[in-house]
Design a protein around this ligand. Structure first.
Ligand code: ADP
Ligand code: MG
Length: 291
């Protein structure tokens, strides 16, 4: 393409809130035929709310206090939702120490010298507890698209909490448009299968990769590239940065983390997924007659 047509294209994109870091990315965008979409913060608003809490081996107060105190330190949307929900109930938070993030699984910290774990089933199984007794209830909440978080100490399951995130207003329409363009659309998330399927169904995504550990998101992108696809990755989180860098075109949600924006080739300022279809459309239009 000529430098002029590239400049016209990137200028036009900028008017639509789509910032290309360089002309070569505009050229690659034209060829995209597979798109990997992160779930939390990309398809959904990423501002979940605490909706349910069920105490098992603790009082409700204890369950909420322990979970809230630990999550107060977290920057994960799930953690923020839990801390906020607990504080809104007027429950005082406790001092925690030895706080540690367990990527893709949750976190742990000491409360009153007891180690408390907050996170996935996998995390709870790893410390040697069996969440089977509460499985049916968890499945019910997940079928509603909610994310269930377990709270445990080394010897007991204190209870579970659920948070619900909402889909962005135009995610469904944007995904329909991409599918109409003949593009393969895949949703990827660290969240569990059932929650992921429920959200995917709501927005019309047929292919889902759930329970993907942060370091494996880039591998999923790489695998599509190996199959011959020109792949765009769209994400907002720190977890998405390697996948954004691996994709042929990495697109960061402008309302997301700086680390994602730095790793990406394109920033979608408004945060809407419509920007993805617009970017492809503009790229095809401006580079129409150019090989
Ligand atoms: P995503 O791709 O959806 O952003 P992550 O890899 O960040 O997923 O997290 C995967 C899963 O780990 C979450 O769905 C949640 O179950 C659990 N998790 C992560 N961070 C936290 C946290 N601060 N508190 C509780 N659970 C968490
Ligand atoms: Mg995300």
């Amino acid at each position: 393409a000529t430098p002029t047509s590239i400049m016209v294209g990137t200028g036009k994109a900028a008017e639509h809130g789509i910032l290309f870091k360089g002309g070569e990315h505009l050229e690659n965008t034209k060829k995209i035929n597979a798109i990997v979409l992160d779930k939390t913060g990309t398809i959904t608003k990423g501002e979940p709310e605490l909706t349910d809490y069920i105490a098992i081996d603790a009082s409700e107060q204890e369950l909420l206090q322990y979970a809230g105190s630990i999550e107060k330190t977290s920057e994960h949307p799930i953690g923020k939702a839990i801390a906020k929900g607990v504080e809104e109930k007027g429950i005082d938070l406790l001092q925690v120490k030895d706080f540690e993030i367990l990527p893709g699984k949750g976190l742990k910290a000491k409360v009153n010298d007891t180690m408390v774990y907050v996170g996935t089933r996998k995390l709870v199984r790893e410390i040697g507890l069996d969440p089977a007794a509460i499985e049916e209830k968890m499945a019910q909440l997940e079928a509603q698209g909610k994310t269930v978080v377990l709270v445990a100490t080394p010897d007991k399951l204190l209870g579970i909490l659920a948070v619900a995130d909402t889909v962005k207003a135009d995610s469904k329409e944007a995904i329909a448009k991409l599918k109409e363009m003949g593009i393969k659309v895949v949703m990827i998330t660290g969240d569990n299968q059932r929650t992921a399927k429920s959200i995917a169904q709501e927005v019309g995504v047929d292919e889902v990769r759930a329970e993907v550990m942060p370091e494996d998101k880039a591998k999923e992108v790489e695998s599509l590239k190996t199959q011959g696809y020109t792949v765009a990755m769209v994400g907002d989180g720190i977890n998405d940065a390697p996948a954004l860098a691996t994709a042929d075109v990495g697109m960061a949600i402008g309302t997301g983390t700086d680390i994602a924006i730095e790793a990406a080739d394109v920033t979608l300022i408004g945060g809407s997924l419509k920007g993805v279809a617009d970017a492809i459309y503009i790229s095809k239009q401006t580079l129409k007659n150019i090989k």
